[in-house]
Design a protein around this ligand. Sequence first.
Ligand code: DGT
Ligand code: CA
Ligand code: CA
Length: 592
Amino acid sequence: MQKLSNSSVAALLSEMASLLELEGGDYFRVRAYQKAAQIIAGLPEEAVSLPQVRLTGIRGIGKGIASHLARIAVSGTFPELEEMRRKVPRGLLELLGVEGIGPRRARLLYDRLGVDSVAKLKEKALAGELRELEGFGPKVEENIKASVASPSAGTTERTLWWEALRLAEALLPRVAELGGEKPAYAGSLRRGRETVGDIDMVCCGRMDGTLIAKFSRLPEVLRVLAAGETRASVVLRSGLQCDLRVVPEASYGAALSYFTGSKEHNVRLRERALKRGLTLSEYGLFRLKDKGRKRPVASRTEEDVYRALGLDYIPPELREAGGEIELAARGALPRLVEMGDIKGDFHNHTSLSDGADSMRDMLAAAGGLGLEWTFLGDHSSSLGVARGLDFKAYEKSRGELVALSAELGVAAARSIEMEVDRNGALEFPAEEIGRVDLVVAAVHSALKREPQRRLLEAMKNPCSDIIAHASGRQLGRRDPAPLDYDELFAAAAASGTAFEINGQPERQDLSDVAARRARDAGVKIALTTDAHSAAQLAYLRQSLTVARRAGLTRKDVLNSLSFGEIREWVRSRRAKAGRLASAKGRDLKSRG
Ligand code: DGT
Ligand code: CA
Ligand code: CA
């Protein structure tokens, strides 16, 4: 049976919906395909491996769709879709990718003006012919002109790293199925940037255009911007652009390095090459004397290229021209923290507050990910949006967690995401908070109100073990609070308070830049998921990526400690912070 990801299956069904719509098909049939596509995209298990009875048992999936899935499992498509693909001109589907064009307008464009591609659409728009069509007019024509103006039109929005990663990881095996060898993603995605502009992919394989042509016809592809012998530029159904380059085996390393970038890193590498009488391109590192660029000094692997330039291998996350080349030349690059160093999570949510999954399912998932231990958390009670826990509920659930931990064989303790109020006070009183296993202090309410002062005040509480998502930013939605990190990190270093790198893809808070400053100030970092479901524990990879971009090593992150060590860390830092607080109190009294 052919392995097909749910997103590929969903893409086929939604293509069917679009084709039906273009055909002027029955509204309810169109909706049924759209809905089934949505349902399948969200299924946790692989749809094509489910038995028919399980499938038809899912709401929104009827016998018809289930039988399509059976065909897809065998042949990668289904007869009705193939029939529609023959009937509807291929370019029409492409038109749907243009902003302002739905099925009705696409149909009209085709019937009246013979428009069956984005290129033709552009032609007609520029010639002013669109405004003559009913329901178009000059305004619509202007909009369409603007959205077809540049090849990457409509894709200027940046995509969260995590979303792009999921898309790329689904595409790599597809490229391999088409005969692409060693497919890899490059660009900002590989460097782990917060957001990416497009997905860059590199592979080896046939360089006569056949691989590119097959790639351009993948169901994940919405429209093709350019397709040559060795390069395709396409827009995926998600709206994200994706570039694929097919490169010769012999220059794979040089190409991967070139397309990983960053541009500035590449510039520095080329300068270094020139100083050594060499020249570096996407084809390889050559002697300047070798005018025909016939015999590369290095090109097959990235390691070869760096070595030939007198450099240690530089991890992609550091390739931002931030001094990494100098460090690599001196053999002084940090050994970046790796997934294997990560033993547990600190901050997440179960169904006891606003999470989707029970403590049992969360703990089992943590064990399934290979974590040695984990804290399972929930909100404290005052956060209105998320029904939280008071101390009594906390203690009761902690008792249950101890039993679950013994049963499932994963070490566990109970954390609380503790509300910091308008004055910087933590929600639970001193006699209760001291008995909470781990406190993640968080400012949520009235975020704009003096976040700096409230965070400083919160750190005066000896039980503020970790500060949550300090800036409160949400990429694309909410700007970070203006914080004086030097002042915050100095206070944190004194009280032994750690800061988290929150792994929610839209948070990534601390940012890489802030995390680096925290480390330099002597502040420990906690990589957390803030998971609101068991599946979101995978966000450890997101916070790990930010940590790597910050240049952190295993010593800089609390997650590398054993469970015993982390419990001891909490105990001793609270004791020290408590002494500090009472000394300050005495100081104030004697002065007052
Ligand atoms: P993005 O897509 O905006 O998130 O950022 P990147 O870094 O992925 O940039 P992109 O997609 O334009 O190009 C991918 C890589 O290809 C880039 O990191 C370095 C390389 N590259 C592209 N254009 C140039 C160029 O004009 N000069 C140099 N040196 N490298 C380039
Ligand atoms: Ca890119
Ligand atoms: Ca690109």
